[in-house]
Design a protein. Sequence first.
Length: 206
Amino acid sequence: MAGFASEALTANEAASVTQVPLKQVHRIIDAGLLRGCVERRRGSRVIVGSGLLGLRLAWLTAETLTPMARRAIVERAIATDAASVVAADPLKVDLKPIAADVKTGLVRLRKAKAMVARDSDILGGQPIFAGTRVPIHDVADMLANGDAPEAIHVAYPQLTLDQIGLAADYALAYPRRGRPPAKPAWRGKPARSSRTVHLDGLPAAS
């Protein structure tokens, strides 16, 4: 299993990549579960290397393992970044699907960043979809408030469904700066919740 040695992401970027809610990202860091994989750069905390794998593993096992067992298995995962299976007696966890999820998130974030353009002459330099005047955060807000991607595509036919979906990844990784705009008429619907995956069980080490 390939490692993540070259990665260094802010908490927001890590939340986008790992699909761990931002508040939980900070709680996991504060709990010391990612020891050795958190640095401070330019005043912000950055998760480096196998810390991304450990972050997702910590989230997935939050309701499955005891705090002690959770800490042990996450520490082993971080320490053995290139391993496909990690064991902390009596537990054994296959890291391949977790690593695959993180890699998918990294690919999505790179694609999201690649579709963005900024021009000081267009909407004051807000991030927009390249080749359009459509603000990415506006589309992300629509998704968060329950608008279907297909409905957004009808409103903005110049955007592909893939671009619309990636708007949420970008907005989570790079929140809107400055004062929030006035709430649009469709604001107020329940926000889309983050997807949570629970491990059904961990086999005992043989």
